[in-house]
Design a protein around this ligand. Structure first.
Ligand code: AR6
Length: 360
């Protein structure tokens, strides 16, 4: 027989009081364990118990949205008015973006999870390094003048994924000069970050091609968004390679200046702006390899986050040239000594032939 309505209400109130006492972020050990195991599966931690208990009204409908989690957060501060809780809600267009940004900046990834719009997110540990990927996929090593460097091979990754799902320090947006959002990856990022992203963007004074600007990630699993504007290719006789290079270098520098150690790039300019995919991939890989050689300790991971199969195939084909995994490449000491041996043998044979010791 169902409980009388009075007992149900008393039960819900008791749960609410206990949630208020505990606070949303000082979760119990069992909840922390649950959150941890959920995280490794790329799921969000448990929702506010009050909402899970089936509280009627609009909050119930928001159960799996960040608003519900923010509502939970607001419940922890008994003195907080409902208006105050809205100040920290990154999904509300009326929220002051600078307040939300400051608030989110203080939180680590686990603490930020309750604000994510995404139902699914990908943590760094789930993203294979290039070193592991190339071994597992048994890729063939082409001849290259780049040297094998396992340290660098552990700092880069190739991933086919929606960039808005990555729980890392920064994702790069292929934006336009106004920074006010658009289609393609720009639209996806703005959608997943919520309305405060364009509010902050509107204060940045736009961005020139090849340059980059940084904002908070708001409701994204990524803490920050670095907006870069790629070159528009249509109608140009020569490919604007320098501008594309500059997008990557400027974004990496900006991330580094902000102490961000993990970053993901989409294939900037290869969509609406029309840069040919293969040539873009080569420019990007060359640029990132050079940057990493010059700034070895600046990043833990740089992820080439491709969306289309064509880009995945192109990167898979071209990455072994720029990030070789087999030691033998022309210019490496092993290869040099091999070719020296070969030269020696050839000289020996020529001498033998000259001495009349050749084939009769
Ligand atoms: N995650 C990762 N990559 C994506 C995603 C996603 N969710 N969605 C698309 N891509 P584009 P552009 C890939 O057109 O060429 C916007 O309107 C996509 O497959 O987004 O630099 C801006 O406001 C492609 O490989 O950027 C500008 O006006 C790559 O992202 C203009 O487009 C870039 O495609 C910028 O054009």
């Amino acid at each position: 027989m169902p409980f009388p309505i009075g007992r149900q209400l008393a039960f819900l109130l008791a749960r609410r009081r206990s949630w208020e006492r505990r606070g949303p972020r000082s979760v119990s050990a069992s909840q922390q364990r649950a959150a941890g195991s959920n995280a490794s599966r790329g799921q969000r931690p448990p929702a506010c118990p009050l909402l899970s208990a089936g509280r009627p009204g609009s909050r119930l409908r928001l159960r799996h949205s960040p608003a519900s989690a923010v509502t939970c957060a607001s419940l922890s501060t008994s003195s907080a008015s409902s208006m105050a809780s809205k100040e920290f809600n990154p999904t509300f267009p009326t929220t002051d973006w600078s307040v939300a940004k400051k608030h989110l900046k203080e939180l680590d990834h686990t603490e930020r999870r309750s604000y994510y719009k995404a139902e699914r997110f990908v943590i760094l540990d789930e993203i294979q390094t290039w070193k592991d990927f190339s071994t597992e996929e048994k890729l063939k090593q082409p001849v290259t003048h780049y040297k094998k460097n396992d340290v660098l091979n552990e700092k880069v990754s190739l991933l086919q994924e929606d960039i808005t799902k990555l729980e890392i320090d920064a994702i790069v947006n292929a934006a336009n000069s106004s920074l006010m959002g658009g289609g393609g990856v720009d639209g996806c990022i703005h959608m997943a970050a919520g309305p405060l992203l364009s509010k902050e963007c509107s204060t940045l004074g736009g961005c020139s091609p090849g340059d980059a600007k940084i904002t908070s990630g708001y409701c994204l699993p990524a803490k920050y968004v670095i907006h870069t504007v790629g070159p528009i290719v249509q109608g140009k006789e020569r490919l604007p390679e320098k501008v594309l290079q500059s997008c990557y270098v400027t974004s990496l520098k900006l991330a580094s200046d902000n102490n961000l150690r993990t970053i993901a790039f989409p294939c900037v300019s290869t969509g609406i702006y029309g840069y040919p995919n293969g040539q873009a991939a080569e420019t990007v890989l060359k640029t990132v390899r050079q940057y990493l050689e010059e700034h070895r300790n600046s990043f833990d991971r740089i992820i080439f986050c491709v969306f289309l199969k064509i880009d995945y195939m192109l990167y898979k084909e071209k990455m072994p040239f720029y990030f070789p995994f087999d030691a033998v490449s022309p210019g490496s000491p092993k290869e040099k000594s091999k070719s020296a041996d070969k030269d020696e043998k050839q000289t020996e044979n020529t001498l033998k032939l000259g001495n009349g010791q050749g084939a009769k």
